[in-house]
Design a protein around this ligand. Structure first.
Ligand code: ADP
Length: 458
């Protein structure tokens, strides 16, 4: 991994230095070309002002700068003093176009020369001024640069490798700690309670990426641990709830079978068995609805219906139970409220609130049911004059199997609605599946109001 990283960095560094070298070399040669043009300018100007002078260039003797005047066919007319002794091979000075041209020539064992060939008119003749200078200075700069690169490249690679080894090692330390932590938890996982199992990951620097990662994991595992805890609690509550009716059923059947009985005794026992079986099937159906909702598989139909009609049907179904306690269900549901939804689940939802209102209201009271829409929401309210819910319990009434023990409301008598602690949990799950919410306002001894808010467009 590290070798690979160093190889990549090496290639990148070599590329950078190479690019830099090319740019430097171009700039150095461009600078030399500019120098040649600068040196040529006054000479050309002299030659132009006095076209008859045949000795202008011959008298020039500048160190490191060579001049020659040629006619358009390449024949040398004049040359500077430092060129007098030199043999300029024919064709060495080439000129192909009407513009200034630059060449680099070998200087017979003395290095190289940069040559500028500048065409201009002298009097009525087309002539060329050739200016040359040795490239030794530019070559020296480039050679020095190459030497520096040869030292700098391996050195920077070495420093990069050292720094990255140190940095990567330092950055990975928290991950190694996380891994050890996770391994310890895996070892304990089989024999612990989920809440005890989870030890939060250490967060040293909450602002960097690993700190944030550890915090996110801590939050995630907190949720998973609490969901697991809820699941265990749910399973133990469910088995507890199922155990009571089952033991009543077993007791009744054992008693019946222990000796021959009178027909009235059989009837009485069958009534008890029937009531316990109803309780059981209610719990099982409730658990099924909740598990479907938890799995996101509560399949809700999307049929056109009138909410007022579904609500009226639920009120009619509850009327016999309400009448048994002389409770009036007051409603005015004549206006049509069109809605797209699932009639069966809607009725189940409304029945839960109506059942509770009847169950927890004293005789000779009334329950108000009303329906309104606005702001894209349908609001159904159930207001009773019942026992009310103590404030400390209000936050928990939507939990599964949560019941507020109230004096006089312990066991349902035959014909009454049994209390299983699942009603509001199911109502909450259905309302959520419909994209809605439930509000509850309750005052102890004065009554409760439950409101279901359902969005009209989803
Ligand atoms: P249960 O089957 O016990 O009614 P729910 O989940 O429907 O279960 O209700 C949970 C608890 O909330 C009930 O035990 C009851 O104490 C309280 N509750 C619900 N509705 C009302 C109401 N309308 N008036 C008073 N208490 C209520």
């Amino acid at each position: 991994m590290m070798l690979m990283f160093c190889a990549v960095v090496g290639v990148l560094l070599a590329g950078c230095f190479g690019g830099f070298y090319v740019l430097l070399s171009r700039e150095v040669h461009a600078q030399l070309d500019r120098q040649l043009l600068e040196a040529a300018r006054p000479v050309i100007s002299d030659l132009k002002t006095d076209p008859a002078d045949e000795d202008d260039v011959n008298q020039l003797d500048l160190p490191g700068e060579y001049f020659a005047l040629l006619d358009s066919s390449g024949h040398i007319l004049q040359r500077s003093k430092n060129l007098q002794a030199r043999v300029i091979p024919p064709g060495a000075i080439r000129w192909e176009s009407s513009r200034t041209a630059f060449h680099t020539l070998a200087d017979g064992g003395r290095g190289r020369l940069r040559l500028a060939v500048i065409p201009f008119r002298r009097g009525n003749r087309e002539v060329l001024l050739a200016v040359a200078a040795p490239t030794s200075e530019a070559d020296r700069i480039l050679e020095t640069f190459r030497g520096i690169v040869l030292i700098l490249l391996p050195l920077s690679l070495l420093v990069t490798a050292l720094v990255s080894t140190w940095y990567v090692g330092k950055s990975l330390t928290p991950i190694a700690t996380f891994t050890r932590h996770a391994e310890r938890m895996t070892e304990q996982a089989s024999n612990s309670n989920p809440q005890d199992l989870w030890q939060p990951l250490p967060v040293k620097t909450p602002r960097d990426e690993l700190g944030r990662l550890a915090e996110t994991f801590n939050r995630l595992f907190d949720r998973v641990a609490s969901a697991l805890g809820q699941l265990r609690q749910f399973a133990s509550d469910a088995s507890h709830e199922l155990r009571t009716p089952l033991s009543v059923l077993r007791g009744e059947t054992e008693l019946l079978l222990s000796e021959p009985r009178q027909p009235e005794e059989y009837q009485e026992a069958l009534r008890v068995i029937d009531s316990e079986l109803k309780k059981l099937s209610r719990i099982v159906e409730g658990l099924f609805t909740l598990s479907m909702a938890d799995a996101g598989q509560l399949r809700l139909a999307c049929d056109p219906l009138y909410v007022n009609e579904v609500l009226e049907a639920a009120c009619v179904l509850l009327t016999p139970l309400a009448q048994a306690k002389n409770i009036a269900i007051e409603r005015d549901l004549r206006r049509d409220y069109p809605y797209l939804g699932d009639e069966v689940f809607l009725r189940q939802l409304f029945m839960i609130f109506l059942e509770n209102a009847v169950k927890y209201s004293p005789p000779n009271t009334s329950i108000k049911v009303d329906l309104e829409d606005g702001d894209g929401t349908m609001r159904v309210r159930f207001e009773d004059q019942g026992t009310g819910i103590p404030p400390e319990h209000q936050a928990h009434i939507f939990d599964r199997f949560y019941r507020v023990e109230q004096p006089g409301c312990s066991e349902a008598r035959p014909g009454e609605i049994p209390s299983g602690g699942l009603g509001l949990a199911i109502a909450y799950a259905i309302a959520r599946a419909m994209g809605g919410s439930i509000d509850c306002r309750s005052e102890l001894g004065a009554g409760s109001t439950f409101a279901v808010n359902l969005p009209l467009h989803r």
